[in-house]
Design a protein around this ligand. Structure first.
Ligand code: BDP
Length: 697
C-alpha cells in the first residue's frame, strides 16, 4: 500500500447492504457517443464501480436494464436529451453538472448530466465520491458548478527536474523522454486533478527559464497538453520576461519596443500552432532578481499588457504576479505590493489577472489577508495559495491546510461594506469580473506517493475542492478525503479528522505563535532561526520581522510604526489597530508590545508566548497518541510512514520551541514558567545546528 492511488482507491466497500443497494440502483452503465473524454468517463466509472461494488461493470451503448446509470450531455446522448433537463442544465454553466434520480419510459435512471463532456467527467467523479464516502444515491438532486473559473496548479518545476520548494522528489515532468514517452503518471495526475475540478496547470517554475519557449520544448509541452486535454486541463507556461533577448537575440526586452512586441506575437503564434488551446502565461517580474518591465522604466501594466495583446486573439490569459518587494525601498515589505499595484488598477487589459499571494509577506503559517484583496476593484485578482509546505514543515510535518486557506477566503475586506470577503473578490462576484481564479503551488513530485507525507495528499485535494467551492467546510473536506484515502470506519474517521483539524494551529504555535512570522533559518526555511540578521537583504532576516528588544516584541504596523494597516479598509483598521482588541493570533504581526503586556488569558505576553510554544509541542504529541491508537486500522506501510513523520515533527516542534524561547529570553530576561518543560539544549547549541541534519538535541 504505497499511496500512489491517492483518494482514487476504489477498493471493495465493506458495507454489504449498501453495496447491494448501489448495485441495484446503478444496474447498467450507459455512456452514449464516443470521444476521448467519454472514453475516460467510461473507463473511470467501470473501473471505479467494479472495484467499489465487487462485480464487473461494463458500459453499454443503450439502456437495456430497468435501472440505468446514464452519463453524458444532451449533445452526446439522445436518451439524456429526452429527459428534459434543459432548464436545470442552463443553470450549471460550462463546467457544472447535475446528479439526478429520474424515472422515464419505465426505467429508473441515475443521471450524470452536463453541458460539456468535461462537466460530465466532473459529475462522474462526484458520483464515485458519493459511493466512496458511502452516501445514499436513491433520490439524487444535486447541481454543482465551480465558484472560480480558472483552478490552476502552479508547478515550480525546473527543466532539470529539480523543484523549487519541492519536497516530494523530482519533477514529474520527464523532459528528456518527452514528447515520445507518455508516462502513466501523467494520466494519473490528470485523473486526480479532474476528480477535484482542477482545470489548468502551469508546468514550469515562476523563476523561469526561457528555454521552455523554444521550439524543441514546445513539442514536449504539446505532448503534455494533448494528454491533459480530454481531462479538461489546460497547459500554461511561465514566461521569462527577458526571453526576447535570450531566445530571440534582441538587444532589449522593453515591452514598448516594436521588435519586442513582434517577437512575443510570433512566439505566441508558434505556441498556438502546437497547442491550439494553450492557457497563457504566468509571470514573475521584477521580483527577487527576475527581469521585468521596470528594468526599462516601464510599469507592471506595460509588461502584462504587452503579453496580453499577443495572447488576446487566441483567448490566452496573463497571470501577472504581485509578489514583489525590494529592500532598496525603505519601507515595510508588507506594503510594497500594494504600493506598486494599487495605482495600476484599471490599467490592465481584460485578459490579465493579477495573482496575489494569500498574505503580504510569504506563505507564513499564519498571515492576515493580503491588503490588495478589495483594493483593486477594476482588476480580476487571482488567489495564490501555497500547497507545498515551504514554511510549514515541508515534506515531513502533518499540517492540514484547509483551515488556513479558508481563514483567508472568509476574511472580510469590507471593500464594499460588511460581507466583502476575500472569496468574493477572488470569484469575481464582488466587482463583476468575467475572469476568476485560484492558483495553488503544487506539492507534487515523483515520490511514489506523490507528496512525500501521506497527509500532503490532503492538501492537494483540499486546494481543488476549495477552488471549486470555498463554502465547503474544512471538516467536510477532511471527512471525504479520509474516507477515500483510508477507510470509512467511524473511529478512524473521527480520530484522523481530529488530528487534521488541529494540525495547522499546532504548526503556528510551535513555529510562529501570536502573529510572529518569518523566524525560519537562513535559506532552507525548515528549522528555527530567529537570530538571523546581517544578510544582504534586511527583509530576508528574522530580526527585521520580530523586532525583539529589551522592551518587547512584534512589528508595529500601526500609525506609530510602518502604518501598513492603512492599506486595509477602515473597518479592518478599526479591528486591528488597538492592541487591546486586535485578535491575539495576529497581535505581534501588527504591534510591538512590552513583555509584560496583559493577554486575554491573564498571563503576561512573555508567559503566553512560552505557553503557546509549548501548546504546539503538546498538540503534536496528541497527534502521535491519536495515530498510535489506529494501529491495525491503517495498512502497515502508511501507518509506519506517518508514525515516523510524526516523530520527526515532535522533535522539530521541540527544536522550534526551545530555540525560539531561549533566543527571545535573551531580551525578555524572564524565566520560562515553572509548569512548562524546559529546553534540552542551550541557545548556542541551537544556533550551531546545521539545518541539513536533524537536531541531535
Ligand atoms: C518564496 C520562495 C521562493 C519563490 C518565491 C516566489 O521562497 O523560492 O521563488 O516565493 O513566490 O516563497 O516567487
Amino acid at each position: 500500500e504505497d499511496g500512489y492511488r491517492l483518494w482514487q482507491r476504489y477498493d471493495l466497500l465493506q458495507n454489504k447492504p449498501l453495496v447491494k443497494e448501489y448495485q441495484k440502483a446503478l444496474g447498467q452503465l450507459v455512456v452514449q457517443g464516443s470521444s476521448p473524454t467519454l472514453s475516460i468517463i467510461e473507463d473511470e466509472l467501470s473501473t471505479g464501480l467494479s472495484g467499489l461494488l465487487g462485480q464487473p461493470f461494463s458500459a453499454a451503448e443503450n439502456p437495456e436494464k430497468k435501472n440505468v446509470l446514464l452519463v453524458g450531455t444532451p449533445a452526446t446522448s439522445p436518451v439524456l436529451k429526452g429527459l428534459g433537463l434543459e432548464d436545470k442544465l442552463k443553470a450549471v454553466g460550462k463546467d457544472g453538472y447535475l446528479l439526478l434520480s429520474r424515472k422515464a419510459g419505465g426505467k429508473n435512471y441515475t443521471v450524470v448530466a452536463a453541458n460539456t463532456e468535461v462537466g460530465a467527467l466532473y459529475g462522474s467523479f462526484h458520483l464515485l465520491r458519493l459511493l466512496q464516502t458511502q452516501q445514499r444515491i436513491n433520490n439524487l438532486d444535486i447541481s454543482s458548478s465551480p465558484k472560480t473559473q480558472h483552478r490552476i496548479l502552479n508547478h515550480w518545476d525546473n527543466l532539470d527536474r529539480t523543484v523549487e520548494r519541492g519536497y516530494a522528489g523530482f519533477s514529474i515532468w520527464d523532459w528528456h523522454k518527452l514528447p515520445d514517452y507518455i508516462d502513466q503518471r501523467y494520466l494519473d495526475y490528470a485523473r486526480a486533478n479532474a476528480s477535484i475540478g482542477i482545470n489548468g496547470t502551469v508546468l514550469t517554475n515562476v523563476n523561469a527559464n526561457s528555454l521552455v519557449l523554444s521550439e524543441e520544448y514546445l513539442k514536449k509541452v504539446k505532448a503534455l497538453a494533448d494528454t491533459f486535454r480530454p481531462y479538461g486541463i489546460k497547459v500554461y507556461l511561465t514566461a521569462r520576461f527577458s526571453s526576447p533577448i535570450e531566445l530571440g537575440k534582441l538587444k532589449t526586452a522593453d515591452p514598448l519596443n516594436p521588435e519586442v512586441k513582434a517577437w512575443w506575437k510570433n512566439k505566441v503564434e508558434e505556441i498556438y500552432r502546437h497547442i491550439p488551446d494553450f492557457g497563457g502565461f504566468l509571470v514573475k517580474a521584477n521580483s527577487e532578481g527576475q527581469p521585468g518591465p521596470q528594468n526599462y522604466n516601464r510599469s507592471h501594466a506595460d509588461g502584462a499588457n504587452m503579453l496580453a495583446e499577443a495572447l488576446a486573439p487566441k483567448g490566452g490569459l496573463v497571470m501577472w504576479r504581485a509578489f514583489v518587494y525590494d529592500d532598496k525601498v525603505p519601507d515595510d515589505r508588507h506594503k510594497q505590493a500594494y504600493t506598486e499595484f494599487k495605482p495600476l488598477d484599471g490599467k490592465f487589459l481584460p485578459n490579465v489577472m493579477v495573482q496575489v499571494k494569500n498574505g503580504a509577506i510569504d506563505f507564513q503559517p499564519r498571515e492576515p489577508f493580503h491588503p490588495l484583496f478589495g483594493a483593486m476593484p477594476k482588476t480580476p485578482l487571482m488567489m495564490e495559495f501555497q500547497i507545498t509546505q515551504e514554511y510549514l514543515g515541508q515534506g515531513t510535518h502533518l499540517a492540514y491546510l484547509a483551515p488556513m486557506f479558508k481563514e483567508t477566503l472568509m476574511a472580510d475586506t469590507y471593500a464594499k461594506g460588511k460581507g466583502s470577503t476575500v472569496a468574493k473578490v477572488v470569484d469575481g462576484s464582488l466587482d463583476n469580473h468575467y475572469h476568476s481564479g485560484m492558483a495553488g503551488v503544487a506539492n507534487i513530485g515523483n515520490d511514489r506517493n506523490w507528496t512525500s507525507h501521506p497527509f500532503g495528499q490532503a492538501n492537494w485535494y483540499t486546494f481543488g475542492r476549495l477552488a471549486w467551492d470555498y463554502n465547503l467546510t474544512s471538516e467536510a473536506i477532511a471527512d471525504e478525503w479520509i474516507k477515500m484515502t483510508f477507510s470509512g470506519s467511524p473511529t478512524l474517521v473521527s480520530t484522523v479528522k481530529q488530528m487534521m483539524m488541529g494540525s495547522r494551529e499546532a504548526v503556528v504555535n510551535y513555529m510562529t505563535p501570536l502573529g510572529l512570522h518569518h523566524l525560519m533559518g537562513w535559506s532552507h526555511h525548515y528549522g528555527p532561526g530567529p537570530w538571523i540578521k546581517d544578510k544582504p537583504r534586511a527583509d530576508w532576516t528574522s530580526v527585521y520581522y520580530h523586532r525583539a528588544d529589551e522592551k518587547g516584541i512584534g512589528f508595529d504596523r500601526t500609525r506609530t510604526g510602518s502604518n501598513a494597516l492603512s492599506q486595509y479598509a477602515p473597518e479592518v483598521q478599526a479591528l486591528l489597530q488597538n492592541p487591546a482588541t486586535c485578535p491575539e493570533d495576529v497581535l505581534l504581526w501588527f504591534h510591538h508590545l512590552p513583555w509584560d503586556w496583559k493577554m486575554k488569558s491573564g498571563r503576561t505576553l512573555w508567559d503566553e508566548l512560552c505557553y503557546k510554544y509549548s501548546e504546539g509541542v503538546d498538540s503534536v504529541r496528541a497527534m502521535q497518541k491519536d495515530w498510535d491508537s489506529l494501529q491495525g486500522q491503517v495498512d502497515k506501510e502508511r501507518y509506519q510512514q506517518v508514525k515516523q513523520y510524526l516523530a520527526i515533527q515532535e522533535k522539530d516542534a521541540r527544536w522550534w520551541r526551545d530555540a525560539c524561547l531561549l533566543y527571545f529570553q535573551t531580551f525578555s530576561k524572564r524565566p520560562i514558567p515553572q509548569a512548562l518543560e524546559k529546553p534540552a539544549g542551550t541557545l548556542e547549541e541551537y544556533m550551531k545546528i546545521d539545518p541539513k541534519f536533524a537536531p541531535g538535541i
